[in-house]
Design a protein around this ligand. Structure first.
Ligand code: FES
Length: 144
């Protein structure tokens, strides 16, 4: 039993549409991460500040929070001395952890170490953690 030329044409049309749909889905899957990478950060922008209660930042401790859509951390190395840093490692972008008993940051990915000021103490990070401006306002800290 042979198929008519009309059936062959319909099959070709159907396969063309199916392959076109798959190509569109694959193109979207590749383009979406690139689009997200190039898009501005959510909640960001010049002048945006974050308010954090001073009580959340203990002397000698670290308080992690979101700043302009990225992880950040506030420290109080000594009473009344506040430091705000990006918590994003400058090597490959992992999130640093606070090591309380050592009083420093450790990157869990490749062992990068940072001081309370964000300077590199060891490991592969090429530069210090980004620092942010901190202003004390009564019982709160304004970052940014
Ligand atoms: S990403 Fe932090 S040390 Fe590699």
């Amino acid at each position: 039993m042979s198929e008519s030329p009309e059936n062959n044409q319909q099959r070709r049309t159907f396969l063309g549409i199916l392959l076109g749909g798959v190509a569109v889905i694959l193109a979207g899957a590749f383009a979406w991460p690139i689009f997200r990478f190039l898009s501005p950060l959510e909640g960001g922008g010049e002048g945006s500040q974050v308010r954090v209660s001073k009580e959340q930042v203990k002397v000698g401790g670290a308080h992690f929070f979101d700043f302009q859509g990225r992880p950040a951390v506030l420290l109080q190395p000594s009473a009344g001395n506040f430091i705000a840093l990006s918590a994003v490692c400058t090597h490959l972008g992992c999130i640093v952890k606070w090591v309380d008993d050592k009083g420093e940051f450790l990157c869990p990915c490749h062992g990068g170490r940072f001081s309370t000021e964000g300077t590199v103490l060891g490991g592969p990070p090429p530069k210090a953690l980004e620092t942010y401006i901190v202003n004390v306002e009564d019982t709160d800290l304004m970052v940014g």
